[in-house]
Write a protein that binds this ligand. Structure first.
Ligand SMILES: C[S@@+](CC[C@H](N)C(=O)[O-])C[C@H]1O[C@@H](n2cnc3c(N)ncnc32)[C@H](O)[C@@H]1O
Length: 397
């Protein structure tokens, strides 16, 4: 039994969902057997989230929503309130204007609410774009996105297209909300000063972790340097090869324009800290967070926090400029979220109160305001955008 398994009762999945999870487990077992009985954790996570038709993001799970009763597991900023998209539209418009480009690209577009919100907000600001290109791994989500955008963005939906792969070159502005945290991570463990990689083995009734000794590579050496030798206890953490590779690819692809990534995480010094000794791997099932990645494979989200110093280095290595790095609260305030809220009539309590509550959640230090950060890269843009004008924390990376 995994000691991290939530002991209190979680809502049980329905029969169809359980059958899908069983089918995914059979696929994972076959992969473990083919790999000689042990699979690195990042390979397990990739299958659990993205195995065609069966993984959490590629299968039929509801995923995004407000309440467990809806069958959803977590909520993201664009799902929480249309004010997120309406505010993000401002720095996006500025980056389009400063780079003289007219295309948008979104990675992992969820239900399509951010796309619909950006399209309508930009149109209201009289910012004309040629296309809104969505890169989405999940066929099921593509269908949901199409339906949302058709329903919410009217004729602007005609500008949206779905790409099967990233183009070699792109002139425009790219965005990704909570995409980097959804990329597979490697788990590494330091025990009595010796490094191990944490992998997955099959049991009769599920899966379990098994650690194998490794020679420290460049990623592990960075961690060693950050946490120093003050540790006698085990130290478990993640390395983020997939997110780093993705950032490099995106920053190489953008020949002119910018990329904005919003996500939860920390700069390296804070991430690889002696006190963060159990890592940041986290699972979400029916709005409950827990640490057992082997619970209902394919039916729950698995995620890890983003290590933003590595992301910044990857983008700069690919030839992009770091446009800025700051907290979500600071980014949204600099972008004028209070003006956007100001457009709501406070006497219209039914509309105003939910909007004001959402702004509070997006900005509050105790909720999404401080843990979530925005990092942005640019190429061919002089200066910065107003969203980073006050409180830029690039120096902390
Ligand atoms: C936590 S969800 C966030 C969805 C949405 N952006 C939101 O904020 O509601 C993560 C998304 O990232 C997508 N994703 C993961 N890896 C990706 C990749 N390499 N390229 C594009 N999308 C990716 C997933 O398919 C999923 O849609």
């Amino acid at each position: 039994m995994n000691p991290n398994r939530p002991t209190d009762s979680l809502p049980a999945p329905g029969a169809d969902a359980l059958a899908q999870s069983e089918a995914l487990c059979a696929t994972i077992r076959a992969r473990i057997a083919a790999a000689g009985g042990w699979l690195p954790f990042d390979r397990y996570m990739e299958l659990a989230l993205y195995a065609p038709g069966l993984g959490y993001y590629s299968g039929g799970a509801m995923k995004f929503g407000r309440r467990a009763e809806d069958g959803s597991d977590f909520i993201t900023a664009p799902e929480l309130s249309p004010l997120f998209a309406a505010t993000l539209a401002r720095p996006v418009a500025q980056a389009l204007q400063q780079s003289g480009t007219r295309r948008l690209m979104e990675f992992g577009a969820g239900t399509g609410k951010l796309a619909a919100g950006l399209l309508t907000a930009l149109a209201e600001m009289n910012v004309d774009i040629d296309s809104y290109e969505i890169v989405e791994l999940s066929g099921e989500l593509r269908d949901r996105q199409r339906a949302t955008i058709d329903a919410r963005a009217g004729a602007l939906a005609g500008k949206v297209q779905w790409l099967d792969a990233l183009p070699e070159a792109f002139e425009g502005v790219a965005i990704g909300n909570e995409v980097l945290d959804a990329m597979p991570v490697r788990l590494v463990v330091r025990k009595l000063g010796a490094w191990h990689e944490r992998g997955v083995v099959a049991l009769n009734d599920g899966f379990a972790f098994e650690d194998r000794a490794i020679e420290p590579d460049a990623h592990v050496e960075l961690i060693d340097a950050a946490i120093e030798d003050e540790l006698s206890a085990d130290y478990v953490t993640e390395t983020h090869e997939a997110a780093l590779g993705f950032t490099k690819t995106v920053c190489t692809m953008i020949t002119r324009g910018a990329a904005f990534f919003t996500d939860y995480g920390f700069p390296r010094r804070e991430f690889y800290h002696a006190q963060r000794a159990t890592g940041t791997l986290m699972c979400h099932y029916r709005h409950r967070a827990h640490a057992d990645p082997f619970l209902y494979p394919g039916l729950q989200d698995i995620t890890a926090h983003v290590e933003f110093s590595g992301i910044a280095e990857a983008g700069v290595e690919a030839g992009a400029d770091l446009l800025g790095f700051t907290s979500q609260a600071r980014f949204l305030m600099n972008s004028g979220i209070t003006d956007v809220l100001g457009a709501f009539d406070p006497s219209d309590v039914k509309r105003f109160l939910p909007a004001a509550n959402a702004v509070q959640k997006l900005l509050s230090e105790a909720e999404m305001g401080e843990l979530f950060k925005v990092i942005a890269f640019s190429r061919g843009i002089d200066g910065t955008v107003d969203a980073f004008a006050v409180g830029d924390r690039s120096h902390t990376l």
